[in-house]
Design a protein around this ligand. Structure first.
Ligand code: ADP
Ligand code: MG
Length: 845
């Protein structure tokens, strides 16, 4: 492979790792052009590729990190297109996600910047004519229910349900590409938002153009020539346009068909970045169109959509324009006028229109606000409904005599913290209320949620009823079994065989005896993994279900466990410290007990940020801890699914390197996400049982697993994590009392980034760190944590601020007080939209 490309790739990678801060090369990425262009030319790289790289890198400094990421990715993709052995794609880090509008999971991230320049064969059936109305002769067949809020109500024109083939220029082939992107119907298109925008809204006279500007220019074509270069290997279509103030040269590389479409005297608009060639200003491969047609791609803020391979940006944009222009104004708005007025919101149609083709940056942000409001509003309405629903059914009353509870607490091997006591009291009240308990215990790792859960189980079993506890992995389930058994069995308590474990590994014989015991009522407590819901277990009288690490389970799984009893009490536990403002929105249907206090005597994990070049210091701390008989974690980041392989590779490679070079005398275990669940469980168990000194791992190390002997954790790539996430990881150490350490190693020694990490050294309070995350990174990270079907509907909300979320919540609450059932005629549409939003997800616990 070409050395010049190898170098380029290295720099791109480094830059990606530096989060596109333009720090990969001293003086900025453009500096490499000093030597690179010549080297690339020597190696025989094509001129258009060289020009492309040169022009992109020259612009690089002016771009936002998001655009930089797109640019580098795009450039590399172009290179790969021409030179297939150019190597792996460069990684993209999640930082960019927060600024993207939407990327439907089905969509492969594409090369938005380059799409504009890339010479592409025309899509089938040519480009859509800007037909105002989709052809109607084909009967609209409902293709698939759209899941987006407000997209559909009884007043939504049926035509919006039509398959995309009703559009001119969309045949079965294009339709199937669009389906891969999540668009089945016209309605889906309305909610397929751009991932970013290019702002071409400033039109410029040619005389005032300056190098580096992103501009739209209108001019008349003075000349068009097609020039073969490099011995005929390549062709340049060279056009000169003039607007009376000056002339500008435009080059299109390898798009000879343009000769048939451009002619002298024609007026065109071109949009792109002004570059320099031999001292003259030029535009290379700009977007263009004849100015008789509307300036779809130019002279405005241009939407850039996430794409799949077979579809071009320009084609999709034109299709979108056709659909949006016609349908957005015809879209009924389910949100009542009164709410729009008092919340200061645009109409739905306007918001959809502006989200696709914004008139200005301000209009765009107003559109986003409206759409995000919808998401939170519907979410909240549903959550409130759910709360009302469970409050309307009867739950068995369990009396908890104070004296009995006092004794149980007295018998514990430690004194409860104030937070634990308060939470136990909350649970007492709940189970005695006559309504099913529906409580979330939110407590930092190590805050002692398990013992509270065990006390709750005792309140139930002392009256002869049964309790089930579901944990995400068998190692956690086993840990719970040990804890519950030691707390719940003994003299005057349950017998050993009344507290049982059910996982995938449980033998057939044990299974049979467990099933029998549950049916007869002898087994009082069943602890296990999802085997609890997969197995045909039948309880005699299940009155309490407990779900640990609730975010690890889907809606259906939680509902399935609950369905094993009749309106049983429910306790869910999470260690994710969600800021209060968001917790109310996401968990508004649950009562929340916050355990914000650590058991006494627990020493905070001493946390240090160390520079990458000081890693050795970290290794020597690890060595000395291991010499003292302890164990260590070394963790590698995994931010996105797409990086899974990279991260696994990092862990695998480093496991090898560390074993060989750094810790040749120690035993190193390896754990990563590509392993099967029981393989992971096995490694984790071996580590707990001290068969390894060091566990090298991606972030899959199990939340909640106690390895009291582990006293030090080194986290590589720490800058890529949210603080709350780092805090969760850090919670794996320091569980045994005594000194413990967490070493954060960022990818680079960048000062600003490390200042953020510094907060980790200052506090051990997960909630404080979560609040900081919320300020620095926005709510996106938290909105996904509930993982209950609807989280995927929160596309816009993750881009907004907390005050908007609160505004939407308040309005939903008010609406719920006025008309909970949405029975009023003016709320009919809202009611339908709400059903739609929640249609697919029933239980939300
Ligand atoms: P988490 O909230 O993360 O699930 P656990 O329930 O696993 O935390 O508790 C972590 C450790 O703290 C366990 O070893 C548990 O026995 C211990 N623990 C719980 N409560 C107390 C307490 N009040 N005082 C001392 N140790 C406690
Ligand atoms: Mg736990």
């Amino acid at each position: 492979m070409h050395a010049s490309l190898e170098k380029l790739r290295k720099f791109f990678r480094l830059e990606a790792e530096n989060k596109y801060a333009n720090t990969a090369v001293i003086g900025g990425l453009a500096k490499i052009l000093d030597f690179w262009e010549a080297e690339a030319r020597n190696e025989g790289l094509s001129e258009d590729l060289i020009q492309l790289v040169a022009s992109r890198l020259r612009d690089y400094q002016r771009l936002t990190p998001t655009s930089r990421a797109d640019t580098l990715k795009g450039v590399w993709k172009r290179i790969q297109g021409q030179i297939p052995d150019a190597g792996m794609p460069i990684p993209v880090y999640s930082e960019n996600q927060s600024t993207q509008t939407t990327a439907s999971p089905a969509v492969t991230p594409s090369t938005p910047v380059e799409e504009r320049q890339a010479p592409k064969p025309k899509p089938e059936n040519n480009e859509p004519r800007p037909a105002q109305q989709p052809r109607q002769e084909r009967k609209p067949t409902p293709a698939r229910a759209s899941s987006y809020p407000g997209a559909q109500t009884s007043q939504t024109p049926v035509a919006l349900n039509a398959n995309l083939t009703v559009l001119q220029g969309v045949g079965p082939k294009n339709a199937s590409s669009l389906e891969k992107m999540g668009m089945f119907t016209l309605a889906d298109m309305l909610y397929y938002f751009p991932r970013r925008y290019d702002d071409y809204s400033q039109l410029q006279p040619i005389r005032s153009l300056m190098y580096g500007q992103v501009v739209t220019v209108i001019g008349q074509i003075q000349s068009v020539i097609n020039r073969p270069v490099r011995g005929g290997k390549m062709q340049i279509v060279e056009v000169i346009i003039s607007d009376g103030t000056g002339a500008l040269r435009i080059n299109w590389f390898n798009q000879p068909w343009l000769m048939n479409r451009l002619s002298e005297g024609m007026n065109i608009a071109v949009a792109g970045t002004i570059e320099q060639y031999l001292g003259r200003l030029v535009l290379n491969s700009p977007d263009w169109e004849p100015i008789e047609t509307e300036h779809l791609h130019t002279n405005r803020i241009v939407p850039i959509y996430p794409l799949t391979a077979n579809i071009t940006q320009k084609w999709l944009r034109q299709l979108m324009d056709q659909v949006i222009k016609f349908w957005a104004p015809r879209l009924p708005d389910p949100l009542p006028e009164s709410i729009k007025t008092s919340a200061g919101l645009q109409s739905l149609g306007e918001a959809i229109h502006q989200a696709h083709f914004p008139d200005s940056q301000k209009a765009l942000s107003e559109a986003r606000e409206r759409l995000a409001f919808d998401e939170i509003f519907y979410l909240q309405m549903g959550v409130l409904r759910q709360k009302r629903d469970w409050q309307s059914v009867v739950g068995r009353i369990f009396d908890v005599p104070e004296e009995w509870l006092g004794e149980r607490i007295e018998a514990l091997p430690f004194t409860l913290t104030g937070a634990q006591k308060r939470t136990v009291d909350d649970v007492c009240v709940d189970v005695g209320s006559g309504r099913p308990m529906n409580r979330l215990i939110q407590g930092d790792v190590g805050s002692g949620k398990t013992v509270v859960a065990a006390l709750a189980a005792m309140m139930i079993t002392r009256n002869g009823a049964q309790a089930a506890i579901m944990a995400p992995t068998s190692i956690l389930a086993e840990q719970h079994l040990r804890n519950f058994s030691s707390l719940m069995t003994g003299d005057g308590l349950l017998q050993e065989d009344q507290v049982r474990l059910l996982t995938g590994d449980t033998s057939a014989g044990d299974r049979a005896s467990i099933q029998e015991g549950l049916a007869s009522g002898h087994v009082k407590v069943l602890i296990g993994t999802h085997a609890l819901i997969e197995d045909p277990v039948v309880f005699k009288d299940l009155q309490l279900t407990i779900i640990d690490e609730q975010h690890r389970f889907g809606v259906d799984q939680r509902a399935a466990l609950r369905a094993k009893g009749t309106n049983p009490h429910l306790l869910v536990m999470t260690a994710t410290p969600i800021p209060r403002s968001l917790a109310l929105t996401l968990y508004g249907d649950l009562d929340i007990s916050v355990m914000d206090e650590m058991p006494a005597g627990r020493e905070p994990v001493a946390t240090h940020v160390i520079k990458p070049q000081e890693r050795e210091r970290g290794y020597s701390l690890i060595s000395s801890q291991i010499e003292a008989g302890h164990q260590a974690f070394i963790v590698y980041p995994l931010i996105e699914e797409s990086e899974k392989l990279e991260s696994v590779k990092a862990a695998v490679d480093d496991h090898e390197r560390l074993s060989r070079e750094i810790f040749p005398k120690l035993k190193l275990g390896l754990l990563h996400g590509k392993m099967k669940p029981d393989e992971k469980d096995c490694i984790m168990t071996d580590f707990r049982d001290k068969k390894y000194d060091i566990l090298v791992s991606t972030t899959v190390i199990e939340v909640g697993v106690d390895v009291p002997n582990a006293t030090v954790m080194l986290i590589e790539g720490a800058n890529r994590f949210g603080l709350a996430q780092l805090h969760q990881l850090r919670g794996r150490v320091g569980r045994g009392g005594g000194e413990s350490f967490c070493l954060l190693v960022p990818d680079h020694a960048d000062a600003a980034e490390n200042a953020r990490l510094q907060a980790m050294t200052e506090t051990n309070d997960g909630f404080k760190l979560a609040e900081l995350d919320l300020k620095q990174r926005g709510p996106g990270e938290f909105l996904g944590t509930r993982q209950s079907g609807y989280a995927t509907n929160l596309k816009m909300a993750s881009l907004t601020d907390v005050s908007l979320i609160e505004k939407a919540r308040n309005h939903a609450q008010k609406m719920f007080e006025i008309d909970a059932e949405l029975k009023a005629p003016e709320h009919a549409l809202l009611s339908e939209a709400l059903e739609r939003f929640w249609g697919r997800s029933g239980d939300v616990s």
